[in-house]
Design a protein around this ligand. Structure first.
Ligand code: MG
Length: 477
């Protein structure tokens, strides 16, 4: 019979967090090498609003990303990898809990993300990847943008992270400039946004000096790696960039042919190189899984050239077209991962399940976990178990992918005033393998595929009622 945990605390107690703490020192002294081999270090580098087409290895003609390109060539480059939502807050809830945001309540059709006046955050009952890894004795750090609740009870330090350094929400919030929109974003200055920079639970700088954030986040990451090189560690490095307003440090300004957006991405790339070099120098690379991806698609629909590119994919941030939710995704773990380009389907939610399986951490069994185990693909032993993607906008299901086919029940522009929701009956249908740009609707030719997708939806939308919560993101404080 399934064990039902009444709270996150019960789960942690049952999974042996207390035992892990008391046993680790003895275990380390008697069997350090075995322990190191069995428990890989994990680093997730999660960009903000980076598009599918913004890296050299994903086809961008002028943005130079030699470090990420090499990382992909030494590991796996995924071409059908998705996030849990097309905007920041729900996407972050998805990657950290392995669950669709509709289950944790971290989504809303009114205000789509948390704001500085929001009173909500990730519910205490949710179990994060950091909390799961704490049960295995990991040292954990969240470095960068959090965006799952800025009030003390919701901060990373209350969600399984030993250390936090970063901004609690987006870098375009706390706008104090009163300048016209065009002027402030096209010629941004740090003082226009009064965003706090936090260390653990204290504000250490306000406004956060944004030109040096990418570098400082990386400095903190490297420091954490060095300080914990003898323990298994988990670092969730959620870069603030390339979310607007765009900021690059002096060394990267005016460097890229792509303009400021290119400068910002090239600085991220350079700093990824610093992390991989550190792992190599410390001889940790063969025991460290590094994953690079982004929280949602590019914001070009609103910010034009200040936003990124979804490449050949349609749409961008905020929409349920492919450009809003399909992301570059690179997995790197020299000597373990089978190198190559992967066309199987994966999701950020699968990172949760895969890491639990890799580390032997217990997957919570009192709730629905939407992630699947991607180890067969990573190690080249089999296909991805994931066959479906559910595209939510807020609390509403807009589209479903099953295998090669995607049906849109509703479409809506990502952003913009006077945008309208379009209902499609029959749903629009695209073959994403043959038509990744979603240009040619084949619904009339294939009613049987639509019927099959609808049947999958019916099965999916009948979980236990307690697990499909309503939104817990209040519209204001
Ligand atoms: Mg984002």
């Amino acid at each position: 019979m399934q064990k039902v945990f009444s709270s996150r605390r019960d789960f942690l107690r049952t999974a042996g967090l207390g035992i892990a703490y008391t046993m680790v020192p003895q275990f380390l002294t008697c069997s350090k090498s075995i322990r190191k081999e069995k428990l890989p270090n994990i680093i997730i580098i999660f960009c903000d609003d980076l598009g599918y087409g913004d890296l050299g290895i994903y086809g961008h003609p002028t943005i130079k990303t030699p470090n990420l390109d090499r990382m992909a060539l030494e590991g796996q480059k995924w071409t059908n990898f998705y996030v849990a939502a097309s905007v920041c807050t729900p996407s972050r809830a998805g990657i950290l809990t392995g669950r669709l945001p509709i289950r944790s309540g971290m989504c809303s059709s009114k205000r789509r993300v948390l704001f500085p006046d929001s009173a909500g955050g990730l519910p205490e009952s949710e179990i994060t990847l950091a909390e799961v890894l704490k049960t295995k004795g990991y040292k954990t750090a969240c470095i960068g943008k959090w965006h799952l609740g800025h009030l003390p009870r919701y901060l990373p330090t209350k969600n399984g992270f030993d250390y936090y350094f970063g901004i609690p929400y987006s870098n375009d919030m706390d706008d104090v400039s009163k300048l016209p929109w065009k002027q402030k974003f096209w010629n941004p200055k740090t003082e226009y946004w009064n965003v706090p920079l936090m260390q653990n639970e204290k504000v250490i700088e306000r406004p956060a000096e944004q030109t040096s954030l990418t570098k400082r986040y990386t400095d903190e990451t490297i420091k954490f790696i060095k300080n914990n090189k003898n323990n298994p560690f988990f670092i969730y490095l959620a870069h603030t960039m390339p979310h607007v307003p765009l900021f690059a440090s002096k060394n990267f300004q005016n460097r890229s042919l792509r303009g400021l957006y290119g400068d910002v991405v090239e600085e991220i790339d350079w700093n990824v190189g610093r992390i991989l070099r550190t792992l190599n120098d410390l001889k940790l690379s063969s025991n460290t899984l590094v994953i690079f991806t982004s929280d949602n698609g590019p914001w070009w629909l609103t910010y034009k050239e200040l936003g990124g590119s979804a490449g050949l994919l349609r749409g961008g941030k905020g929409s349920t077209w492919e450009g809003g939710m399909r992301e570059p995704a690179i997995f790197w773990w020299p000597g373990h991962i089978k190198k190559g380009t992967i066309t199987d389907i994966g999701s950020t939610m699968d990172i949760f399940t895969t890491i639990c399986k890799l580390t032997g951490a217990k997957i919570p069994d009192d709730r629905i976990i939407d992630g699947v185990d991607l180890r067969p693909v990573l190690f080249g032993t089999g296909p991805s178990p994931r066959k479906t993607i559910f595209y939510y906008r807020g609390t509403k299901l807009y589209a479903v992918r099953k295998g090669s086919y995607k049906a849109h029940f509703f479409t809506e522009p990502g952003y913009g005033k006077n945008r309208k929701v379009k209902k499609h009956n029959p749903p629009l249908l695209f073959n994403l393998e043959q038509d990744p740009s979603e240009r040619f609707d084949i619904s009339k030719e294939h009613p049987e595929i639509i019927a099959d997708i609808l049947e999958t939806c019916l099965l999916y939308t009948s979980p236990s009622p307690r697990d499909l919560s309503t939104s817990r993101m209040p519209s204001s404080a």
